[in-house]
Design a protein around this ligand. Structure first.
Ligand code: ZN
Length: 134
């Protein structure tokens, strides 16, 4: 079951300046910054009530975020939904015909298990599903 929009992921060229800009915009500092080596990104998170903003900066020119910015510029990169049971959700979505980028959830930033759906199967929107790791 989908529970809520957990966060919006925004691709930025420079995390330091984007952190300052979003702190000024939202009136709160980011509460965590975290490198995710396997995705070649550095992330930072802002909390607003039950949702978050995740800023993503490429840590390598081969990073998917670097490629995204090259192609489409800075901006909204993905929308992340919190789900109750990520394995059951992956199974259900595959049965519904959605194309997932991985069959197994993998560890993501902010203590989550995550999986992505291919934007071709979701009207051009890169969708992340995530579940809190216990
Ligand atoms: Zn995300």
């Amino acid at each position: 079951m989908f529970l809520k929009i957990e966060h919006l992921g925004i691709a930025v060229r420079n995390l330091e300046s984007a952190n300052k800009l979003f702190a000024a915009l939202l009136g709160t500092e980011h509460y965590k910054q975290e490198a995710v080596e396997r995705e070649k990104v550095t992330t930072s998170f802002f909390q607003m009530g039950g949702s978050k903003i995740e800023l993503l900066e490429a840590s390598d020119p081969e990073s998917p975020i670097a490629k995204f910015i090259e192609k489409r510029g800075e901006g909204i990169h993905h929308i992340a939904f919190e789900v109750e049971d990520i394995r059951a959700t992956i199974k259900r979505l595959k049965e519904e015909g959605f194309h997932l980028l991985s069959d197994e959830p993998k560890p993501g930033a902010d203590n989550k298990l995550i999986a992505f759906l291919h934007p071709k199967s979701t009207n051009g929107v890169l969708v992340e599903i995530c579940q809190e790791r216990h």
